[in-house]
Design a binder for this molecule. Structure first.
Ligand code: NAP
Length: 251
């Protein structure tokens, strides 16, 4: 019985962006462990190869793919390729993201544009390219937002705007695709230990820790478990929501 529950995504096809490392890698591995076939996407197939090999170790089909999430035509081509190779699409996780932090007086137009193009337009690109197939499969979409999309953060006007935008995208698509049985949700992580947060110095880290009620940094596994819940049986009647996984940081 437990065995069956563990493999609750048996045979489903999942596409995870930003799967080369950090949160995306943890999500890809979690879905593979649950029995899903996984298309692991990063900026190049080479970068996603290691994750795909680790996914395949769970006995599922898994392949690495490379694309710049910001490039609409290339993303459409890649999603079509995945659908053809894997025989469909049931789960889309838009996790690819970058930061280019700077106070607004110092932020360049390019730094703003890059973050919006990757984080927000990138997710829209994948949603648009996958929508028709996800409607057929009554699939699930999970967009990885951030608590700063809800609270804002000094020095992250570009990033916070992209992450707030993802919540608007999530709610809109939830309304648009509900009649076709597609659930669309967002996960908003707080401070999670990855390459993205490794750059913080000890002082900034200590300051952040002070504002986390649970008094610790989160793990990639904890975000993967939230995604696992939303794409599994527990998420069947949940759509348009943002699940905050932040140790209480935003309360
Ligand atoms: P990370 O370790 O920096 O990894 C970022 C991932 O995104 C990599 O797989 C990277 O691929 C991919 N990527 C970046 N630009 C891309 C592009 N243009 N096209 C395709 N893929 C691209 O990040 P992370 O910390 O795991 O964060 C994952 C997501 O969670 C992000 O959306 C981030 O904003 C969000 N988040 C993170 C935290 C945190 O505390 N870490 C908190 C809240 C939200 P390559 O390896 O090929 O570059």
């Amino acid at each position: 019985m437990t065995q069956n529950l563990d493999r609750h995504l048996d045979g489903r096809v999942a596409l995870v962006t930003g799967a080369s490392r950090g949160i995306g890698r943890a999500i890809a591995l979690k879905l593979a462990r649950r029995g899903a076939k996984v298309a692991c996407v990063a900026t190049s197939a080479d970068r996603a190869r290691d994750t795909a090999e680790q996914c395949a170790a769970f006995g599922v089909k898994a392949s690495p793919f490379g694309v710049d999430a910001a490039r609409t035509a290339a993303v459409t081509e890649l999603v079509n390729q995945v659908v053809a190779e894997f025989g469909g699409l049931d789960i889309l996780v838009n996790n690819a993201g970058i930061t280019r932090d700077q106070l607004i007086l110092r932020m360049s137009e390019d730094e703003f544009d890059q973050v919006i193009a990757t984080n927000l337009k990138g997710a829209w690109n994948f949603c648009r390219a996958g929508a028709r197939t996800l409607m057929k499969s009554h699939g699930r979409i999970v967009n990885i937002s951030s608590v700063v999309g809800l609270t804002g953060n000094a020095g992250q006007s570009n990033y916070a705007a992209s992450k707030a935008g993802l919540i608007g995208l999530t709610r809109s698509l939830a309304k648009e695709l509900a009649s076709r049985g597609v659930c669309v949700n967002a996960v908003a992580p707080g401070f999670i230990e990855t390459d993205m947060t490794a750059a913080l110095d000890e002082k900034a880290r200590a300051g952040l820790l002070e504002s986390i009620p649970l008094d610790r940094i989160g793990t990639t596994e904890e975000i993967a478990l939230a995604v696992d819940f939303l794409v599994g049986p527990g998420g069947a009647y949940i759509t348009g929501q943002t699940l905050v996984v932040d140790g209480g940081l935003s309360i």
